[in-house]
Design a protein around this ligand. Structure first.
Ligand SMILES: NC(=O)c1ccc[n+]([C@@H]2O[C@H](COP(=O)([O-])OP(=O)(O)OC[C@H]3O[C@@H](n4cnc5c(N)ncnc54)[C@H](OP(=O)(O)O)[C@@H]3O)[C@@H](O)[C@H]2O)c1
Length: 310
């Protein structure tokens, strides 16, 4: 009952199967939904979890906290700054020197509604961090993902954190000309980045059917993601303070990505975007439903990365 409203019931303790032998990488694992995702996955005995994060002190604190809850867990820090392609390459090289398999890549890190700026490589900061950084990370780890997919009984997945915010993407869908993006408000730019997360997962699964790739909206959860929003307006500050009392907590907010990462494979593969928890959706915005746009974005991204030497 009420599944249409709240999605599937999902209890990470009971519903996540054994993850024995699996290697997992979660970006943005030092805070919010990423940290909770690692905590819950760690309870099911994976071989190793790489907590990829930008701020090392926060990463160490997160690892200590998770290890207190799950002392037998094997969690390693991987330095990763998604706003620099060079730093992403370094992180991917570091990962590959430390593991020859990767079963689960959760592209979770993200920034939201931050003021206009560009990454070192010239991309609008949200598009550069949330999409370009993750697209390069996935591309560089793809040989390891595909190799793992050939192992007996493997079930390799890439999960992109998107958002219902993808509905706010600019009218044309994806604006490739980065300078042009400055004319659009920060929420529209966030929308574009989150639309790109959906399209990237969609095209990834089409191009590499050996792996499962999907994207999802986690719900609305008052994490540090709202820091920039809170700074910008008192109305938002009041809204998030009030929201904290009745919206989902971080434990509940991580459920949809935990479900996508470990739930029934054929079900998870059957949509490129999920609302919480495990509720099928093609993406509300019509652009999210366009296979041609997904292909075009991935072709463009590939060319950009190649032009920069990756
Ligand atoms: N919370 C929500 O209501 C909500 C709703 C829809 C979608 N989402 C999506 O869910 C994901 C997780 O959000 P959250 O709520 O857990 O946010 P959060 O608490 O702010 O955590 C974001 C994580 O991303 C990392 N990060 C930011 N910039 C990075 C960079 N350049 N390189 C590497 N890591 C970086 C942060 O690390 P540092 O602290 O070290 O920078 C942090 O670990 C995001 O993709 C977000 O768009 C969240």
């Amino acid at each position: 009952m009420f599944q249409w409203l709240f999605g599937k019931s999902f209890n990470p303790e009971k519903d996540i199967p054994s993850l024995a032998g699996k290697v997992i990488l979660v970006t943005g694992g030092n805070a919010g939904l990423g940290k909770e995702t690692i905590l819950q996955l760690a309870k099911h005995n994976p071989k190793e979890i790489f907590l990829a994060a930008r701020t090392p002190s926060k990463a160490q604190a997160a690892i200590e906290e998770i290890k207190q809850a799950v002392p037998e867990s094997n969690i390693s820090f991987l330095q990763l700054d998604l706003s620099s392609l060079q730093a992403v390459k370094k992180a991917a090289d570091e990962f590959k020197s430390r593991s020859d398999r990767l079963d689960l890549l959760i592209n979770n890190a993200g920034i939201m509604a931050v003021p206009w700026s560009t990454t070192q490589d010239g991309y609008e900061i949200q598009f550069g961090t949330n999409h370009m950084g993750h697209a390069l990370l996935t591309k560089l780890l793809l040989p390891t993902l595909l190799k793992t997919a050939k192992e007996p009984e493997s079930d390799v997945r890439v999960i992109n954190l998107s958002s219902e915010g993808h509905n706010m993407a600019p009218g044309p869908g994806i604006i490739y000309e980065q300078a042009e993006l400055e004319q659009w408000g920060t929420w529209r730019r966030y929308g574009q980045a989150k639309l790109a997360n959906i399209l990237h997962a969609r095209e990834l699964q089409r191009r590499y059917p050996e792996i499962t790739a999907t994207s999802l909206h986690p719900g609305i959860i008052m994490t540090e993601l709202y820091t920039s929003v809170n700074k910008s307006s008192m109305i938002m500050r009041t809204g998030t303070a009030v929201g904290r009392s009745f919206l989902m907590d971080v434990h509940g907010g991580a459920k949809n990505q935990l479900w996508a990462a470990t739930g029934p494979k054929e079900t998870v593969r059957s949509s490129h975007y999920w609302k919480p928890v495990g509720s099928k959706s093609g993406g509300s915005f019509w652009h999210a439903q366009k296979p041609k746009l997904a292909e075009q974005l991935c072709d463009w991204t590939e060319k950009e990365l190649e032009s920069k030497g990756y």
